[in-house]
Design a protein around this ligand. Sequence first.
Ligand SMILES: Nc1ncnc2c1ncn2[C@@H]1O[C@H](COP(=O)(O)OP(=O)(O)OP(=O)(O)O)[C@@H](O)[C@H]1O
Ligand SMILES: [Mg+2]
Length: 322
Amino acid sequence: MSELLKVVGLKKYFPTRAGTLHAVDDVSFSIRARETLGVVGESGCGKSTLGRAILRLHEPTEGEVWFEGQNILTYDASRLKQLRREMQIIFQDPFASLNPRMTVSETITEALLIQGLFSKRDRVALSRRVREMMGLVGLSERLINAYPHELDGGRRQRIGIARALSLSPKFIVCDEPVSALDVSIQAQILNLMQDLQRDLGLTYLFITHDLSVVKHLSNDIAVMYLGRMVEKAPADELFANPRHPYTRALLSAIPVPDPDFATERILLRGEVTSPVDPAPGCRFAGRCPHVTPECTARDVPLVELVPGHLCACILHKKYEKA
Ligand SMILES: Nc1ncnc2c1ncn2[C@@H]1O[C@H](COP(=O)(O)OP(=O)(O)OP(=O)(O)O)[C@@H](O)[C@H]1O
Ligand SMILES: [Mg+2]
C-alpha cells in the first residue's frame, strides 16, 4: 500500500533558559495509508511534540513532513488551514480539550463552521451532520445538548473523536487517547477507533506510553527515548525480537498474566540524560546495562538489522537470535 505520510529528519528544539531542549531530534519514518504507527516511550521523550510538529501545531525546527506527496512545511497559512481537514488530532484528556461551556452539538458544530464546510444558515444540514457524527462514535442522540461535565470519560472521548472526524480527515494523531480512561472503558474506545479506521480508511499515528495498548492496534511500532527514535519494527517483530536495551526494558515491565511466561523485569538504574544540549552518543547510555565507552563517543545511527526492523544500538549484534 502507498505511504500517506513521510517524516524526514524532523527536529523540534525549544529554547530554554538552561539551553536548547532537543524534544524531537532527527526523527524519520513513513506510514502507509490505512495503517497505524504506534509511538511509545516514557514521559518527556517527545511523543506529543512529534505529533504536534507533524501537524504544525508546533512549527518544526528542521526536517520535512510529506503528506500525500507534498512537503507541508512549505505550506502558507491558507493551505495549512485546508490541510487541517485532512490531518486531525485526538487528545489524551478530553475534559481539558473540550470547552466546558459547549454542548456536544455546539462542539461538533464549531469544528464544521471553522472550516467553512457549512454555513450557520444550513441549520438542517448542520444538525444532520452532528447527529451523523454522534451515531458514528456511538453517542446516543439524547446527549446532544449535554455538557462535558455531565458525561463520563469514555463519552467525553467519543466527543473528541467525533469532533476530529467531523471534517472527514485521512490522518489522525492520537495522543494517548485512552490513558486517562478506566481500563474497562479503554477497550471500548480502542475498539471504536479500530472500527472507524477500517470503515473510514483512516491512518493513525498512535502515541502511548503503554506498549500493551498499541500491540494489537499498530502495524509498526516506533520506540522513542529522549527525542530520538531508538527502534522501529512491525509490531509482532518488536514484541518477539526486541533489539534495543531500552525496548527490552519497556517490554519487561508489561505484566504477564501467565507466570510460566513471565520474563524477568529489567530495572533501569543510572542517570536520565538531560534533553538540554545533550552530549553526542547514545542518550540511553547513562541507564543502559550494556554500556561501553564507544556508546558515548559518537551518535549512534538507526540501522536496518533485517528488512523493516531498525535499531540504534552499537551492541545490536549481541541481540541477534542465535
Ligand atoms: N512548549 C514547550 N516549551 C519548552 N519545552 C517543551 C515544550 N513542550 C514540550 N517541552 C519539553 O519537550 C520534551 C518532550 O515533551 P513531550 O510533551 O513531547 O513529551 P511526551 O513524550 O509527550 O511526554 P508525556 O508522556 O508526559 O506526554 C520534554 O522535556 C518537555 O518538557
Ligand atoms: Mg505527551
